[in-house]
Design a protein around this ligand. Sequence first.
Ligand SMILES: [Zn+2]
Length: 71
Amino acid sequence: MKTIKRALRRHDRARLRKNRRHYWGGNANECAAKQGMVTETPHPCSCWLCGNQRKHFGATVQEQRAFQEKL
Ligand SMILES: [Zn+2]
């Protein structure tokens, strides 16, 4: 069972590495370290365009309504 888990992890890592080789503007193929980074972190940015809406803009309208109904 242990070897199956290891094989699955390796398979998934190889699959993601292959799929994500064009991420980050295709710069991930420059070196092995960047390939590893893009495999582990496909989207490293968390700016206000990409990040969590709640973090940057506060509660959603749905959450505001739910909170008001509780009061
Ligand atoms: Zn961003």
